[in-house]
Design a binder for this molecule. Structure first.
Ligand SMILES: [Zn+2]
Length: 217
């Protein structure tokens, strides 16, 4: 990574102890070019932070939404576990108090399609599922996850993300709860590859964003 890409940190206004590192640059995914890389690893792997994140994410569901199973995508299992704990712990108006909440993640089969192993399918089919994802940028990963849940007959009751850059242009009929949005990141831009303003200025790519991280070029 180029040394002029100065990392900075963005904190959650309502709970500044939750923050993510942001690296400016010129990044590519399969479909988009981005002006920043969001390092959400710390939030997903540091137990103290993951617990704080879970507390924030639990809030919209606490009093109103029964949840049987949390399906974790993109390395969010630690947060998912704390989220289950948060939702099921004692609270005067907490609807899931004392209930069993399961935390699972899909696997990729040999065709690189997402599936659930036979023994955990029953935790999805006809169950109230909360979908937990790390980052929603173009919505491709989210769509894939929704197809997966639909295929297994899940009753989707919520979607939560650490970062969400979708407005309401994705016809999913479900509100997305999230911590961070692009408006938290100064000058954050996402371009279709052919329209990328950074490419137009002749700027070389810094890295490829892959599932769970990036590979520098
Ligand atoms: Zn570009």
């Amino acid at each position: 990574m180029n040394s002029k890409n100065k990392v900075f940190s963005v904190s959650l206004p309502k709970n500044p102890s939750i923050s993510m590192n942001v690296i400016p640059g010129h990044f590519t995914t399969n479909h988009f070019h981005l002006s920043h890389y969001l390092d959400l690893d710390n939030l997903k792997t540091n137990a103290t932070l993951a617990k704080k994140v879970a507390k924030e994410l639990a809030e919209p569901y606490l009093v109103s939404t029964l949840i049987d199973t949390i399906v974790c995508m993109e390395g969010t299992e630690l947060i998912g576990a704390y989220l289950a704990e948060e939702l099921s712990k004692k609270g005067t108006s907490a609807i899931n108090t004392g209930r069993d909440i399961y935390v699972i993640k899909p696997m990729s089969n040999v065709h690189r399609q997402l599936t659930f192993r036979s023994n955990i399918q029953e935790l999805v089919t006809n169950h109230r599922v909360l979908l937990l994802v790390s980052s929603i940028s173009s919505g491709t990963t989210l769509r894939t996850a929704l197809e997966l849940l639909n295929y297994y007959g899940a009753n989707l009751v919520g979607i939560s993300a650490l970062f969400n850059s979708l407005h309401d242009d994705l016809d999913i009929g479900q509100e997305i709860h999230y911590l961070f949005t692009p408006s938290d990141i100064p000058e954050y831009r996402m371009y279709r590859i052919k329209d990328c303003e950074l490419c137009k200025t002749g700027r070389k790519l810094d890295a490829i964003i892959i599932q769970g991280g990036y590979t520098t070029l």
